[in-house]
Design a protein around this ligand. Structure first.
Ligand code: SF4
Length: 169
């Protein structure tokens, strides 16, 4: 199974959303957290796109990679799911290392908040990432959809009606 960056991102935000996404259950107007960043990047920094390449590693696409500087550039709209964003970016770095790139780094950027964060892969990350992949494989092998998050964390999720329509009725 290809463990994509979207799965890694969702695993750290909501395991139920990851499971629904992986099982092809999509809602109308589903916003894909990963391609959303691509759209923001192209809109906010059209002139910078020249430097970056889209690359694919082990079935996982990195939209903005600067091969000269070995830097992944990832843009997000809000920092609401910052832990998930960090995990996604660290996964890119791990994939690059697995494919022979030495010392890749990343820049996680929130243009609306005027904030950037440089991300490097630590020894702890190198130990944790294979464990994330294993946990994701186990969750996705199960027929049971994981439980919901607290409703306060669900308001902007495209699966909100799917998960909460009974309580809202
Ligand atoms: S509505 Fe909440 S529980 Fe359901 S998938 Fe979205 S974040 Fe997860």
């Amino acid at each position: 199974m290809h463990i994509t960056a979207t799965l890694i991102n969702l695993f750290h935000f909501c395991k139920r959303e990851m499971w629904l996404h992986a099982h092809g259950i999509r809602m109308e107007h589903t916003s894909d957290a990963v391609s959303e960043g691509k759209l923001i990047h192209e809109t906010v920094y059209p002139q910078r796109s020249e430097r970056f390449r889209e690359i694919e590693l082990d079935g996982c696409k990195i939209d903005f990679y600067d091969p000269k500087e070995k830097v992944v550039h990832e843009i997000k709209k809000s920092d609401k799911a910052e832990a998930a964003h960090l995990a996604q970016v660290k996964y890119y770095l791990w994939l690059l290392e697995q494919n022979g790139v030495e010392g890749p780094t990343a820049i996680l950027e929130y243009p609306k908040l005027r904030r950037t964060q440089r991300v490097v892969l630590t020894e702890e990350d190198r130990q944790l990432i294979p464990q994330w992949r294993e946990a994701i494989e186990q969750l996705l092998a199960s027929d049971t959809c994981p439980s919901r998050l607290p409703i306060s964390q669900c308001r902007s999720c495209s699966y909100f009606d799917f998960c909460w329509s009974e309580e809202q009725a």
